[in-house]
Design a protein around this ligand. Structure first.
Ligand SMILES: O=C(O)/C=C/c1cccc(O)c1O
Ligand code: FE2
Length: 331
């Protein structure tokens, strides 16, 4: 067993709202670098920690975590629809192991995943069914939220299970960093939105299209400095990336959901997927080294946008790859 990790922000706006060309080039280069990292690593199994945005998980029954024993993409924002290649028996063993280790987790035989899980698979692996994938949903938009310590322990339990896997495992974390896109929230929901959040009716194509346009319009206004959403928080993002790179993930146990949202936006909770993925790597391997990092706050994507790679090897060297010009490079 060896492990490698790629964590990446996602944004449905990647396909709908371009930043200046030099920024798009940076992002494309960061993705290309991560793709090459994965190609060189040749994973036998992908374990994906990802959020959902009320496309597969709803308040009718909202678990903090869920492992998909079978899963399919819903196709929101033009992302791929259809089945993922989930190794069901292995996913069930993982769920049992995580439960045995004291972390309560749900399972789904019909998990639906949206752009949060699908976009990294498309961009980094060329599609949703090119590799066996175990999808792990981490609730990151629907309050109340699990404490950060539980997120760390979820990652630890998954990593401990993976120690016995015979093959190369790629851990993916998807989302964040700081951002506050207009995802409806229960506390401010209209009657119709409340029904949507509850999952009373699965979103129709028309409803998806209205929601999509709202996000695009908000991103354009945000770029002009006119949207009523929270600013990106590069200092918070920097602090998080530094803690993740240090491996001292216990530091994050003290972060509260309230403070995270107040400082970095309501969808900053998506960084929970990064924390779980990093701690899975740490639990399975003992220690890890971050091998590349790209970061830039990109208003056009409504995201403090980051892409990092890490490997489970002794800390003998610093970065092996150069991050993208004008993005932050860890020395
Ligand atoms: O699903 C939505 O309505 C919004 C999605 C979104 C927008 C910007 C950044 C993200 O991480 C998102 O998930
Ligand atoms: Fe998201």
């Amino acid at each position: 067993m060896t492990l490698a990790l790629v964590c990446t922000s996602h944004s449905p706006l990647l396909e709908f709202n371009d930043p200046p060309p030099e920024v798009r080039t940076e992002v494309d280069r960061a993705f290309a670098q991560a793709r090459q990292f994965i190609e060189d690593y040749e994973p036998d199994l992908v374990v994906s920690f990802a959020p959902d945005h009320y496309n597969g998980f709803f308040y009718k029954l909202m678990p903090p975590f869920c492992i998909g024993l079978e899963a399919s993409g819903v196709g929101d924002f033009g992302s791929s629809a259809g089945p993922l290649d989930v190794p069901s028996a292995l996913a069930e063993q993982m769920a049992q192991s995580v439960l045995d280790q004291g972390v309560d987790i749900a399972v789904s035989l019909e998990m639906e995943v949206d752009h949060g899980a699908v976009q990294p698979l498309e961009i980094l692996l060329g599609g949703i069914a090119t590799k066996p994938v175990i999808p792990i949903f981490v609730n990151s938009v629907a309050a109340p939220f699990a404490p950060m310590k539980r997120i760390r322990l979820l990652g630890e339990a998954v990593g401990t299970f993976l120690k016995n896997f015979d093959g190369n495992v790629l851990l993916l974390g998807s989302g964040g960093l700081s951002h506050d896109p207009p995802v409806p929230r229960l506390e401010a929901a209209t009657g119709e939105q409340r029904k949507m959040l509850l999952g009373c009716n699965h979103p129709t194509a028309a409803a998806r299209s209205v929601r999509q346009q709202r996000v695009i319009d908000t991103a354009k206004a945000f770029t002009r400095g006119e949207a009523g959403i929270m600013d990106l928080a590069p200092e918070w993002d920097r602090q998080l990336l530094d803690i993740l790179a240090s491996g001292e993930l216990e530091q994050l146990d003290a972060w509260t959901a309230k403070e995270m949202a107040a400082t970095a936006g309501n969808s900053a909770h998506e960084v929970r997927t990064w924390v779980a993925a990093h701690n899975a790597l740490k639990a399975a391997a003992g220690q890890y080294t971050v091998t590349s990092e790209y970061y830039r706050p990109i208003p056009e994507y409504i995201a403090g946008f980051a892409v990092t790679t890490a490997v489970s090897v002794p800390k003998t060297a610093g970065l092996t790859e150069t991050a993208v010009a004008a993005g932050t490079v860890r020395a």
